[in-house]
Design a protein around this ligand. Structure first.
Ligand SMILES: [Zn+2]
Length: 408
């Protein structure tokens, strides 16, 4: 088929100029064959070249399918009560100390079967697709013991084989919080995770990345290093929750471990940013969490001047980012963090795909890639970050097939 649109936002770096950073083509068209992008260009030219292809007229802007590079999507249960505590003045760390936070989600996940987790995840992914998302990084991290982490990752795998949902990238969040049975010994817990859990998950083929939460009152760089080293030895990529509450050197650790991303970064110094730029570590920014916790933004000017690639993700989780909406994260990235519209959109398409090692598969409207496309009911890309609170997606296509909405 030939999809024609008044504005095709390719996100292709080869077409980008200073005045047109997203490589947009006015009166453009995309030829789709066998689920892949066959050609991209001006509608007039492609209509001539592919005169026999059925034409679909997209009424609004066409973008790549959105890529959500940081989610905790396989959760079950609600933490709405905790939100009320937060509004009454309790901080993140006080809520965690009172048995709320990650440990509350742990109890729900441990009590649920794999099938229930998969069912709730599938429903959530369907709602994400209706917001234009075609690829989702999904972390475990609410099991906090090997069997329960494996159960979460198996739920991700069960959804991962379905072509009617967004593509999934599974991450084993090896160090998230300390379960009670660890008796307060973070170093011993982390050493055991590195020794037994990381190899078991790798051997089962259940994760592409290993992640750890390195922060004040979370795990230290020393705790996390053996986990990352073991992941690297076993051929898994590394991602790091870094600098959400304090700069404890997590960005430097991520850089020394060849991580694909350091995520959060509300607290980041010059040395950390420079190390990330040198090592090619992307900054995954999570503005919904900053909004919920009423935190100041990450140092955007520092990230830009250091030349760090910027990604924006939803952080979908039941506590600090109770949303499934990547477009909401983009709106907050522009309004609260001061990203340009182009930075935000690239951070949810090309740059997000690149930091998940999927740059040759999705994230850009370019010949040869999967036909992951969003037909918006909006005139141009600026509108994607501006009318909040309702989906303005006409149709979401993964591999050329509609997974949400309907073709015009
Ligand atoms: Zn997170």
């Amino acid at each position: 088929m030939l999809v024609v649109s008044p504005r095709v936002v390719t996100c292709d770096a080869r077409l980008a100029t200073h005045a047109n950073p997203l490589g947009a083509i006015d009166d453009g068209a995309v030829s789709v064959r066998d689920g892949r992008i066959h050609a991209v260009g001006r509608a007039s030219e492609l209509r001539e070249r592919f005169a026999d292809e059925p034409v679909v007229r997209a009424p609004g802007v066409l973008t790549p399918g959105l890529v959500d590079a940081h989610t905790h999507a396989p959760w079950v249960g609600s933490r709405a009560g905790e939100y009320a505590l937060r509004l009454a003045g309790a901080g993140y760390e006080a809520i965690a100390a009172a048995g709320g936070g990650i440990v509350a989600s742990m109890r729900s996940v441990r009590a649920a079967t794999r099938d229930v987790i998969a069912e709730e995840l599938a429903a959530r992914l369907g709602r994400m697709a209706s917001l234009g998302v075609t690829t989702v990084e999904a972390k475990s991290g609410y099991g906090l013991d090997l069997a329960s982490e494996r159960k979460q990752l198996e739920a991700i795998a069960a959804c991962g084989v379905r072509a009617d949902l967004p593509r999934l990238v599974p991450t084993y969040l090896a160090l998230h919080a300390l379960p009670r049975e660890a008796n307060g010994d973070r170093a011993a817990y982390a050493a055991e995770v590195a020794r037994t859990s990381v190899p078991a998950i790798a051997a089962a083929g259940l994760a592409r990345f290993v992640d750890a939460y390195v922060d004040r009152n979370a795990f230290s760089c020393e705790d996390a290093r053996p986990v990352f080293e073991r992941a690297g030895e076993l051929g898994l990529g590394v991602r790091v929750h870094a600098g959400q509450f304090a700069d404890v050197g997590a960005a430097e650790l991520a850089s020394s471990q060849g991580a694909r991303s350091a995520d959060h970064l509300e607290h980041l110094g010059e040395r950390g940013a420079e190390a990330m730029a040198r090592a090619g570590v992307s900054a995954v920014l999570l503005p919904v969490a900053s909004f919920t916790l009423q935190q100041a933004p990450p140092p955007i000017a520092l990230l830009r001047s250091a030349g760090v690639k910027i990604v924006v993700a939803s952080d979908a989780n039941p506590g600090t980012a109770p949303t499934e909406s990547l477009p909401l994260a983009l709106a907050l990235a522009v309004r609260s963090y001061g990203l340009t519209v182009a930075e935000a959109i690239l951070g949810a398409t090309r740059e997000a795909a690149a930091c998940l090692d999927l740059g040759e598969e999705t994230g850009t409207i370019r010949e040869g890639l999967a036909a992951d496309l969003v037909l918006w009911d909006l005139a141009d890309e600026n509108a994607i970050v501006q009318p909040w609170g309702a989906s303005r997606v006409r149709a979401t296509l993964r591999g050329g097939a509609v997974i949400a909405g309907a073709m015009p």
